[in-house]
Design a protein around this ligand. Structure first.
Ligand code: NAD
Length: 295
């Protein structure tokens, strides 16, 4: 069993570290926030007083932080403190450029590294059912796979460094646009007197079929587990959808890729969130389109 350091024990990192402990690994950890440290300690993580102390003896260092700058700062601080040849895995969702910057820091210190963002949300992190999208060398992936299996159920090696983040960003670009499309169709159906159940039954057996429809349907009724039946409690917050759409826009600009629907989706989610909706499930955006939620 491996000695793992886990940096960033928040909503996602806390339960992911707990699953590594459950799988029998020895996990040291650090977070800036005391409540996160205490929750992780209660789940069997050996809490250290600094990140440097947490990584000192670790074979693998896993980070789960909010943004690219935080990841770069932590890599800049900790790469020199870690064991020679340690495996660095960053599970945060960040832009591809920052991910490549983090790989470069790890490379400079002769570590191996993976970018490995996840999907499946806090529930997936708790249940160990995350989808994990890894970018890095085959050697890094082979070393990481047994650890990733303790935290996720679908582990995908997407390609070289940066492609894990590319997979996450491109997937969520589709998801954000798709949610707006499904919302528009169900609103139009409402105004045309077509029941949501009839449209749902038809669309799921026709070309309208998508995971947005069968998992996150933004109207109550046909999909009892969808957030629309539970006051739009996330799920996946509108704040995180805005973040991921912004990352997609940054990458689209950097690579001169034309993404007009992505641009519009990013603007709509930004508008929705400025009025206090950021903590709702991302499917709640249907209420802004309906006009019952102020933009
Ligand atoms: P969070 O804010 O709950 O956790 C981040 C943690 O990092 C915080 O506890 C913070 O104190 C800690 N931190 C920041 N700088 C640190 C440092 N220098 N050293 C130690 N700890 C430090 O965020 P989260 O919801 O866990 O999200 C983490 C990442 O996962 C984000 O990139 C997010 O986009 C991604 N993600 C989140 C979800 C979700 O549903 N929450 C789903 C998929 C992906």
């Amino acid at each position: 069993m491996a000695k793992i350091a886990f940096i960033g024990l928040g909503n996602m990192g806390g339960p992911m570290a707990a699953n590594l402990v459950k799988a029998g690994h020895s996990v040291t950890g650090f977070d800036l926030v005391e409540a996160s440290r205490e929750a992780a300690r209660a789940n069997g993580v050996e809490i250290k007083t600094t990140g440097a102390a947490a990584v000192a003896d670790a074979e693998a260092v896993i980070t789960m932080l909010l943004n690219g700058q935080m990841v770069l700062n932590v890599y800049a601080e900790l790469a020199a403190m870690a064991r020679h040849g340690a495996l660095f895995i960053d599970c945060s969702t960040i832009d591809v450029s920052a991910a490549r910057g983090a790989h470069a820091i790890a490379d400079d210190h002769d570590h191996v590294s993976l970018d490995c963002p996840v999907s499946g949300g806090i529930a997936g992190a708790k249940d160990g059912t995350l989808t994990m999208m890894a970018g890095g060398s085959p050697e890094a992936f082979a070393r990481a796979e047994p650890l990733l299996k303790a935290m996720g159920e679908r582990i995908v090696h997407c390609g070289p460094q940066g492609t894990g983040q590319a997979a996450k960003i491109c997937n969520n670009l589709m998801l954000g646009i798709s949610m707006l499309g499904v919302s528009e169709a169900f609103l139009l159906a409402e105004r045309l007197g077509l029941s949501e159940q009839v449209l749902f039954d038809l669309a799921t057996s026709k070309s309208g079929l998508s995971r947005t429809l069968v998992k996150y349907l933004p109207v109550p009724g046909p999909v009892p587990s969808s957030p629309a039946n539970h006051g739009f409690t996330p799920g996946f917050t509108s704040a995180l959808m805005q973040k991921d759409l912004k990352l997609a826009q940054n990458e689209a600009q950097r690579t001169s890729t034309t993404t007009p629907l992505g641009t519009l989706a990013a603007q709509l989610y930004a508008l929705f969130n400025t009025n206090g909706n950021a903590a709702k499930d991302f499917s709640a955006i249907i209420n802004m389109l309906r006009g019952t939620e102020k933009p």
